[in-house]
Design a protein around this ligand. Structure first.
Ligand code: DC
Length: 230
C-alpha cells in the first residue's frame, strides 16, 4: 500500500501565534510548510490593487492571473509580486479584513483547496490556517487547534503590526479582530472550528517557547507511536 505523506495541521484564529509556531515545527522536522492565510491574503491584495469589487463573480475571472510566490528568508515569509516584496502589505489590517471577507466565497475556497493540497510533499507538511484540519487535510496525522484569550491575541497582533511598520489603535484592532473572528467562525463553508480529533492548546498564559515545547512533545509522541505501529 502506498504510504500517505504525513500532515500536521495547526488551526486557530488570528493572533494565537500559529504562524511562528508552525514554521518552527516545520524547521525542526525538516518538513514542508504552508501558511494558508497567505493564499487568501494574496488574493485580497490583487483585489485592492486592481480595484475589483468584493463580489465573487468579479473575482473569479482574475484568479487565473494570481501567482503565489512565497519564500522564507531569515525565518520570515517573503511574498514577491512583480519583483517587489509585498509581504508587509499583505499583513496590514485592511488586507486581513478583505481576506476574511473573500474567504466566505465557495468558488474561491474550492479553487484554493486544490492549490493547498499540492503542498503535500515528502517527507511531510506542516500547515496552518482555519480549516486545514477540518477540510483541506481532514486525514492529517496530527491536528492541533490553538486558542488564546482575545485581549492577549490583540496585544500580540498589535506588536506584529508595529514590527511591520503599522501603528494601530489597540481598541480599534480589538474590535476588528472580534468582527473577523465572528466572520471566520460563522461562515457557512469551512468555518473556523476544531476538528473532532484535534488537540486544543490554550496559549494565553504561555510564551512562544513553552507553547512550542508542549506542541513538540505531543507531536514527537504521536510520531513515535505511529512509527512503532508500522
Ligand atoms: O491566517 P490569516 O490571519 O493570515 O488568514 C487571513 C484570513 O484568510 C482569515 O481571516 C480567513 C482566511 N482564511 C481562511 O478562511 N482559511 C484558511 N485556511 C486560512 C485563512
Amino acid at each position: 500500500m502506498k504510504k500517505k505523506i504525513p500532515v500536521i495541521t495547526i488551526d486557530g484564529p488570528s493572533g494565537v501565534g500559529k504562524s511562528t509556531l508552525s514554521y518552527a515545527i516545520s524547521n525542526k522536522l525538516k518538513w514542508n510548510f504552508l501558511e494558508s492565510g497567505y493564499l487568501y491574503r494574496t488574493i485580497a491584495y490583487y483585489i485592492t490593487k486592481f480595484n475589483i469589487p468584493l463580489k465573487e463573480k468579479k473575482i473569479i475571472p482574475i484568479l487565473k492571473n494570481i501567482k503565489f510566490n512565497f519564500k522564507y528568508i531569515n525565518n520570515k515569509i517573503k511574498v514577491i509580486f512583480e519583483n517587489k516584496d509585498i509581504s508587509k502589505k499583505l499583513c496590514s489590517e485592511k488586507n486581513s479584513i478583505i481576506s476574511s471577507k473573500i474567504a466566505i466565497f465557495p468558488y474561491i475556497r474550492k479553487w484554493l483547496l486544490y492549490k493547498q493540497r499540492k503542498f503535500r510533499k515528502f517527507p511531510g507538511l506542516v500547515t496552518n490556517g482555519r480549516d486545514m484540519g477540518t477540510k483541506v487535510f481532514s486525514d492529517a496525522l496530527i491536528k492541533i487547534f490553538l486558542i488564546t484569550k482575545i485581549k492577549e491575541r490583540a496585544k500580540r497582533r498589535c506588536l506584529e503590526l508595529k514590527s511591520n511598520g503599522f501603528n494601530i489603535n489597540f481598541n480599534f484592532l480589538l474590535k476588528k479582530m472580534k468582527e473577523r473572528d465572528n466572520r471566520d467562525k460563522n461562515r457557512i463553508i469551512c468555518p473556523l472550528k476544531p476538528d473532532k480529533n484535534a488537540i486544543i492548546i490554550d496559549s494565553t498564559n504561555m510564551n512562544f517557547k513553552n507553547t512550542l515545547q508542549i506542541m513538540l512533545k505531543y507531536i514527537y509522541k504521536k510520531l513515535k507511536n505511529i512509527n512503532n505501529k508500522t
